[in-house]
Design a protein around this ligand. Structure first.
Ligand SMILES: NC(=O)c1ccc[n+]([C@@H]2O[C@H](COP(=O)([O-])OP(=O)(O)OC[C@H]3O[C@@H](n4cnc5c(N)ncnc54)[C@H](OP(=O)(O)O)[C@@H]3O)[C@@H](O)[C@H]2O)c1
Length: 258
């Protein structure tokens, strides 16, 4: 699949970590007059990502939205995209491409049996699952007349249990199943569930410092020390190679190590 197209691009969690690198590396490939719409809370992080994108490809438009996606409603997504697409003729674009990257690690200080707070569960699922589905539904409606590519950033933890990661793993499993069903139902849409491997970001620093699992803390500590932990550049390059080669079936889970 060739990413060198005039693209409308949406990415959540673009202020740092994997999302930032993914936004920069994708935008580098797009044709002139493409449009990137980026979400996260940190306005300064988003501005930095925008600056780095424009330094590499200054003939595209980058619009950033500093919003707490842990609280957003479907209506707010609708209005935000109305705003982002004002004056934009969607049918003049060759592809609509969304990367559902936003994510949080959840409460890793507790074991599964201790996770009793329903409000916490709802909060976690709002950011990591419900909002993702709502934005995706909006994406599907808005761009139904042009080719669509959907990438969900998933995790091995969504298909294999890890201690201290009950919240995270159940969120990733639910989110991935949503995208597998989407792929099955929408034959004209390409859906990829990409699992980036263990990456050096703030998320894994939290895990290393706060996990109730000594095994996990130690695992991240030693992979940082031995520099076997992946960089955001490495995993982004792999994701883009997977898309380019397009050997996966829509809806597949593809891991960095596959
Ligand atoms: N790192 C890994 O080893 C690893 C492994 C497998 C999968 N993943 C997945 O990869 C994705 C990116 O993770 P990462 O490691 O890059 O994490 P990260 O460095 O913590 O970045 C998370 C991104 O999501 C945004 N975000 C978090 N909460 C938000 C909120 N309430 N509203 C809006 N934006 C919010 C953050 O921006 P703000 O803070 O500015 O809002 C940031 O841009 C996640 O889906 C994660 O589950 C990561």
């Amino acid at each position: 699949m060739d990413l060198n197209k005039k693209t409308i691009f949406i990415l959540t969690g673009a202020s740092k970590g994997i999302g930032k690198t993914m936004a920069i590396e994708c935008c580098r490939l797009f044709k002139p007059k493409s449009l990137a719409i980026l979400f996260a809370r940190s306005a300064s992080g988003l501005e930095e990502t925008k600056k780095e994108i424009l330094a590499l490809n200054n003939d595209i438009t980058v619009k950033v939205f500093s919003l707490d996606l842990g609280e957003i409603s479907a209506k707010e997504y609708h209005e935000t995209l109305d705003d982002a697409l004002t004056g934009v003729e969607v049918n003049e674009f060759e592809r609509a491409f969304i990367v559902h990257n936003v994510g949080s690690v959840g409460d890793v200080t507790k074991s599964a049996k201790e996770l009793s707070d329903i409000d916490n569960w709802k909060k976690y699922f709002h950011l990591n699952v419900f909002g993702v589905c709502a934005l995706n539904a909006e994406f599907m409606k808005r761009f139904e007349d042009i080719p669509r590519l959907v990438v969900n950033i998933t995790s091995k933890v969504g298909i294999e249990p890890f201690p201290s990661m009950a919240e995270y793993g159940s969120g990733k499993a639910a989110r991935e199943m949503y995208f597998r069903v989407l792929a099955l139902e929408e034959k004209d849409v390409v859906v990829l569930n990409y699992s980036p491997g263990p990456v050096d970001t703030d998320m894994t620093i939290i895990l290393q410092n706060e996990s109730m699992s000594e095994e996990l803390r130690e695992g991240f500590r030693s992979s940082r020390e031995q520099k076997t932990i992946l960089t955001t550049q490495l995993t982004t390059a792999k994701c883009l190679a997977v898309i380019k080669e397009f050997k996966f079936k829509s809806g597949d889970h593809v891991d960095f190590y596959d």
